[in-house]
Design a protein around this ligand. Structure first.
Ligand SMILES: NC(=O)c1ccc[n+]([C@@H]2O[C@H](COP(=O)([O-])OP(=O)(O)OC[C@H]3O[C@@H](n4cnc5c(N)ncnc54)[C@H](OP(=O)(O)O)[C@@H]3O)[C@@H](O)[C@H]2O)c1
Length: 193
């Protein structure tokens, strides 16, 4: 049996930023799963920095899918409502040494980076690494991420947090797919050797 793949997805600007000074990527119009992953995954990995806000954001859409969201002031899109339902059914594994509780019953905590290797060896479909920046970069650094899916926005964001802000090690990627999306966005899929 082959090992489950760990696949990272990120929406980034041309200068590699994943959030602006407000603490989120205000240039992203919707937080739907736009990487084409939903059919092939049955688990999510997420960083301790991102999880509390993520849980709060998607709980609102689960409870009030037809009301404007407090963060964006707009109605959730169809894709966001679909992700909210999928997330409700899907185990989330939070990499954190400090967080101890979550409101979602299927959320578990992973305390060490080695726990990610063990998760990949369990039977199941592929695993979606949702972010944030530090966890994604450090798991790529540790050689645990098999694929990186980027949606690049036509924007130089300037001030903000870069995906690979502290990465020092060079890593060659294998370009697997390029697709032009609406509104000047580009989808890139890279294999990580
Ligand atoms: N543009 C996008 O597509 C996108 C997608 C997702 C997220 N984001 C942005 O990412 C931001 C969150 O990212 P973040 O970098 O602040 O936090 P993060 O990567 O979600 O979490 C970092 C935390 O994870 C824990 N951790 C445990 N082991 C780790 C390891 N080996 N390496 C790194 N962290 C480890 C640490 O928490 P403990 O101290 O608890 O151990 C650390 O503080 C959000 O604000 C969101 O805006 C953007």
């Amino acid at each position: 049996m082959s090992m489950r793949k760990l696949i990272a997805g990120m929406k980034i600007s041309v200068d590699g930023k994943i959030e602006g000074p407000e603490g989120y990527a205000d240039w992203v119009e919707a937080w739907s799963e736009d990487y084409g992953l939903t059919q092939q995954i049955d688990a999510c990995v997420i960083g301790g920095g991102m999880y509390p806000g993520y849980e709060q954001y998607w709980t609102t859409i689960q409870n009030e899918p037809d009301k404007p969201h407090w963060l964006s002031n707009r109605l959730p899109t169809k894709g966001e409502v679909e992700w909210a339902r999928f997330a409700e059914q899907t185990p989330h594994h939070v990499l954190s040494s400090t967080l101890t509780s979550a409101n979602w019953p299927k959320t578990r905590f992973l305390r060490r980076i080695e726990d990610i290797s063990a998760l990949k060896q369990q039977p199941g479909k592929d695993i979606y690494l949702m972010g944030g920046a530090r966890v994604t970069a450090s798991l790529i650094d540790a050689g645990l991420v098999d694929e990186l899916r980027l949606i690049v926005y036509p924007l130089i964001a300037g001030v903000g947090k870069a995906l690979f802000a502290t990465t020092e090690r060079r890593r060659v990627l294998e370009l697997r797919k390029v697709e032009q999306l609406p509104d000047g966005r580009v989808s890139l899929i890279y294999g990580i050797g």
